[in-house]
Design a protein around this ligand. Structure first.
Ligand code: NAP
Length: 252
């Protein structure tokens, strides 16, 4: 789908973790598709001025709201701020995520809890904060960003895999709860994508990962954003409760 078709014309979109990486690309594609975007992260995007220019050139607005997904009060009040100023919300993308990798024998309880808090509980709080407004409006789309490791598991990532698998069960249950109100809930499960999160990997590991991907390469953030924008739009009006792996064929 081409974002120039403005598939999200006039929609109010929240993206958590829009300051960098995949979230930043989702913000960009939503703006190009005609949406007003509110992104939440602890720090403002380094390219915020660029995002504002993109928004203006599309006749839309982009707003950064400082929020920490590990803090219930912070997430709830950030979402409330959007509901109060925009009068509602049409799309929520739960993208913010962290890793604290390590083998279980050495994993600190804090590393387990931090990952669950940001990646799973944060998404739950954001969803809970928007559902009343979406249900009342009888329409909305929620897209939760999981990971292929939530499907396949990965040594050294028990905390992250648990959170990402949890997000899948959570999303399917929420999809069933909200379907009668025409609120769709879907999951995108990226494979390995070029962002800050994966830049820590050595060249050797990157080469070995690429070799295990049927399409033979690591993916780009815009390839995830493309799918998220589609699922957010009315073009996906008959899709709910699904997990879409965007992973170059890793999990086929
Ligand atoms: P990234 O480049 O590290 O960016 C993470 C984003 O999340 C940033 O905008 C960051 O903003 C925000 N964030 C982190 N902790 C936060 C907190 N406590 N509160 C609010 N925002 C927070 O990561 P990415 O690679 O783009 O990943 C985006 C999503 O895709 C994550 O859920 C990740 O698990 C998932 N994913 C990524 C890959 C991959 O290969 N890259 C693969 C599968 C799934 P601040 O630091 O400013 O708060």
């Amino acid at each position: 789908m081409n974002s120039s078709e403005r598939a999200l014309e006039g929609k109010r979109v929240i993206v958590t973790g829009g300051s960098r990486g995949i979230g930043n690309e989702i913000v960009r594609q939503c703006l190009s598709s005609g949406a007003d975007v509110y992104y939440m992260s602890r720090s403002e995007a380094a390219d915020h001025a660029d995002l504002s220019e993109l928004a203006a050139s599309n006749g839309r607005q982009v707003t950064w709201i400082a929020a920490d997904m590990a803090d219930e009060q912070s997430v709830s009040s950030a979402v409330k701020q959007v509901l109060d100023t925009a009068g509602g919300v049409d799309v929520l993308v739960n993208n913010a995520g962290i890793t604290r990798d390590g083998l279980i024998m050495r994993m600190k309880t804090e590393d387990w809890e931090d990952v669950l808090k940001v990646n799973l509980t944060g998404a739950f709080i954001a969803c809970r904060a928007v559902t009343r407004a979406m249900a009342k409006a009888r329409g909305g789309a929620i897209i939760n960003i999981s990971s292929v490791v939530g499907i396949t598991g990965n040594a050294g990532q028990t905390n992250y895999s648990a959170a990402k698998a949890g997000l899948i069960g959570f999303s399917k249950s929420l999809a069933r709860e909200l379907a009668s109100r025409t609120v769709r809930v879907n999951v995108v499960a990226p494979g390995f994508i070029n962002t800050d999160m994966t830049s820590v990997l050595s060249d050797e590991i990157r080469a070995s990962i690429s070799g295990s991907i049927p399409l033979g390469r690591i993916g780009e953030a815009k390839e995830i954003a493309e799918v998220v924008t589609f699922l957010a739009s009315d073009r996906a009006s008959y899709i709910t409760g699904q997990v879409l792996a965007v992973d170059g064929g890793m999990t086929m």
